[in-house]
Design a protein around this ligand. Structure first.
Ligand SMILES: Cc1cc2nc3c(=O)[nH]c(=O)nc-3n(C[C@H](O)[C@H](O)[C@H](O)COP(=O)(O)OP(=O)(O)OC[C@H]3O[C@@H](n4cnc5c(N)ncnc54)[C@H](O)[C@@H]3O)c2cc1C
Length: 416
């Protein structure tokens, strides 16, 4: 089924054009070829020829994306990106995420894309030349190494990995895990507690992000962790007396948390718009199936249980989408979006989880098979509830922000 994307009257011509062009590529190039583009999803054993054919097909679509001016929406034009504004990018994401995996064909591949954004913002010219450009050209891969097995990732201030200043070098010691892209990465951006007794006292012991090439002595990618019972590229890594030049530090000493927040703030809006695109797809699949599958003497669409699924899913998607757009608009206007970011970070993955769950139920056994994107979506939706800050942490933040307003003698203004 094609994604039904029509112009939105309240959006600018430019935003509607971006959505139209994205939908055209999704509908014409990606959806009809999904099984050929990513053949391993439906077929475990592939010949060399099939792998090569899939690669060529993907490269062909990437060319069309570039011609449409949609390549790398997260990057400025000077770095070969589409140079989209924040809202344009958000509105584009709900369209491109309709086809599972399409983001990679538009030049957005996590964690490289997040690392590119951080390097654009915090990198020196030298760092950009050495790490950003190869990342953009696709000649290098990267990872973001923050979470540790022995400390709660939901409380990043507890992280224990240290970088001690020794002359012109940082000496890093720590133990990380769930560093995505760990096997493929050529370098990691590692979150470290920097210890420099000779530096400014107010920055000593604070978090700093440091670029660490994987082939530096002392970097040990110990294993990739199985996720949902399958091999993954989320890795456990030991950093033992790893020495890198101080020039590998990103931004000023002690700005690591701010850089992580920069990465996650806008990223959470983009992730939510992605989830909405995926819910949209699950919804279409569910409705389509209900109109064709006959059980117990009637089509599924005539059964009230199934009508309930359709109605509840419509409500979930609309609520999730409007909440996310509200948050994106607030962020774009420069207003404080923190409460809204936390709210969408909780609500959208949960709504996504419910919508996909219903779609799987309607499809029966086929719903959990690799023939449809639903099983992968279901696992992704569940994972989102704990990655990038688990629900509980965001609920605490929402309550804190709201209570502060009331303690200051104001109520909450839901109109803004
Ligand atoms: C597929 C995947 C990919 C990932 N990729 C990366 C990556 O590339 N780089 C990276 O650095 N990390 C990555 N992560 C790690 C992720 O960011 C962390 O798992 C997340 O931040 C949670 O940290 P934790 O697992 O240590 O859970 P913990 O911090 O131990 O939290 C466990 C649970 O405790 C509860 N909880 C926490 N705080 C409170 C509270 N105040 N009150 C009540 N309950 C609370 C929540 O239910 C939470 O889920 C990835 C994780 C996954 C699953």
């Amino acid at each position: 089924m094609r994604m039904n994307v029509q112009p939105i009257p309240t959006l600018s011509e430019r935003t509607n054009e971006i959505r139209r062009l994205t939908a055209m590529i999704v509908n014409k190039e990606i959806l009809p070829n999904e099984n050929q583009l990513w053949p391993w999803r439906t077929n475990g054993r592939l010949s060399e020829g099939e792998v090569q054919e899939a690669r060529e097909l993907r490269e062909g679509i990437k060319e069309k994306v570039k011609q449409a001016g949609l390549w790398a929406p997260h990057l400025p034009e000077e770095y070969g990106g589409a140079g989209l504004g924040f809202l344009d990018h958000a509105y584009m994401n709900e369209v491109l995420a309709y086809a599972a995996g399409a983001a990679s064909l538009f030049g957005v591949v996590a964690p490289n894309s997040g690392n590119q954004t951080i390097l654009v913002k915090y990198g020196t010219e030298e760092q950009k030349r050495k790490w950003l450009l190869p990342l953009i050209e696709g000649t290098m891969e990267s990872g973001f190494s923050m979470t540790e097995p022995d400390q709660p990732g939901s409380d990043p201030r507890s992280l224990k990995t240290t970088a001690r200043r020794d002359g012109d070098e940082w000496v890093i010691n720590g133990h990380k895990w769930f560093t995505s892209n760990g096997k493929r990465a050529d370098f990691f951006i590692v979150m470290c507690r920097t210890e420099d007794p000779d530096g400014p006292a107010d920055r000593n012991g604070k978090m700093t992000q440091i670029i660490v090439p994987k082939d530096t002595p002392g970097v040990n990618v110990a294993r990739s962790i199985t996720v949902w019972g399958q091999d993954s590229d989320h890795c456990e890594i030991f950093y033992d007396d790893v020495r890198v030049p101080v020039t590998n530090q990103l931004g000023r000493t002690g700005t690591g948390h701010q850089a992580a927040q920069d990465r996650l703030g806008a990223g959470r809006v983009f992730h939510c718009m992605n989830s909405i695109g995926q819910m949209w797809r699950a919804f279409d699949l569910m409705v389509e199936r209900s109109m064709s599958r006959e059980v117990h003497g009637g089509l599924l669409e005539t059964k009230q249980f199934i009508q309930g699924f359709i109605a509840d899913s419509y409500i979930d998607i609309q609520a999730a989408r409007l909440m996310t757009i509200h948050c994106a608009e607030k962020m774009d206007s420069g207003a404080d979006p923190r409460t809204d970011i936390s709210a969408i970070k909780i609500f959208v993955p949960a709504a996504y989880h419910r919508v996909v769950d219903r779609a799987i139920q309607v499809w029966g056994a086929a719903g959990v098979s690799g023939d449809l994107p639903l099983a992968a979506m279901y696992q992704g939706a569940r994972t989102l509830r704990l990655a990038d800050g688990p629900d509980e942490v965001h609920k605490i933040l929402i309550a804190k922000n709201i209570l502060k307003r009331y303690h200051d003698g104001q109520g909450w203004d839901f109109g803004n």
